[in-house]
Design a protein around this ligand. Structure first.
Ligand SMILES: [Mn+2]
Length: 277
């Protein structure tokens, strides 16, 4: 019995399949956790969600910005863009099942007692426990009857700084941005949601979130995240593990075996060979 955490899949079902074959993943014995962005831009969103949904309790995920974008399209809040590549999913009779399933997924989860999984990472002012509790605040909204109102108020880059006193839509928007869109921090605690560069090429005042000291992270705790393909997994910090290695951009898909911290990866192949489904 092993737990694996996979980086951004983004509808690249073929890559996911090769990676699962490489580790001899067995749904009956093993667990798969995803860092979010299950779909978006890649060629096979429907096959990806059908497969992951069928894994039932052997699979869990946090939501990424592309997953939230899908919910917003379904809710009529946003329009699908051609490069979202979501047409087969949006036209599928399975769509509502998948939407309702995604609405039950959190923004943050514990893969084991000391490993937090969140799509973009951990905002430097938050503890792991705080992140889990803030994720619950968003889940309450996503699971409520009024979830479309929440999604309608979800978009925007403000507020950029967390304050405990934030309430309502602003509070929820900050939580969503920090957990699904964060890359760089400016002025010690301010989210910058525009810069997508690698840390090396960004202006000096842009600090990667994992290089801003988090005084609330305990010694043994780790954070596993995706979202930032330009990092190519390289944080230079053992407590922060980035798993987005840009498969959808023609690079690699990466999977972490949680117990041993062993990494597995497959290279992009522009060919779809569904296997073992
Ligand atoms: Mn993302």
């Amino acid at each position: 019995m092993a737990t694996y955490i996979v980086g951004d899949i983004q509808g690249c079902f073929e890559g996911l399949n090769r990676l699962l074959k490489q580790v001899k993943f067995s749904p009956a014995n093993d667990c798969l956790i995803a860092v979010g962005d299950l779909v978006g831009r890649g060629p096979h969103p429907l096959e990806t969600l059908n497969y992951l949904y069928a894994l039932e309790d052997s699979f869990d995920t946090v939501l990424g910005n592309h997953d939230l974008h899908l919910l917003a399209i379904y809710a009529g809040i946003r329009k699908a863009k051609p490069n979202d590549n979501l047409d087969t999913l949006l036209a599928s009779p399975q769509l509502k099942t998948h939407i309702d399933w995604l609405r039950r997924k959190p923004l943050a989860l514990l893969a084991d007692s000391s490993t937090l999984v969140s799509h973009a990472g951990l905002y430097p002012k938050w503890s792991v426990k705080k992140a889990l509790s803030l994720s619950n605040e968003v889940s309450e909204q996503l699971q409520s009857k009024n979830w479309k109102t929440f999604v309608a108020n979800m978009y925007g880059n403000q507020p950029a700084v967390w304050q405990k006193s934030l309430q309502g839509a602003e509070r929820l928007r900050f939580i969503v941005n920090a957990m699904t869109r964060m890359r760089f921090i400016k002025n010690s605690d301010e989210l910058d949601l525009n810069c997508k560069m690698s840390p090396e090429s960004a202006p000096a005042e842009f600090i990667p979130w994992f290089n801003v000291t988090n005084k609330k992270l305990k010694v043994n705790q780790k954070v596993v995240f995706g979202h930032w393909a330009a990092l190519n997994g390289n944080t230079r910090r053992k407590e922060f593990m980035g798993l987005d290695t840009g498969y959808v951009w023609g690079q690699n898909m990466t999977m972490l075996k949680l117990s041993s911290k062993e990494l597995f990866s497959v290279q992009y192949q522009d060919k779809f060979n569904p296997v073992d489904t």
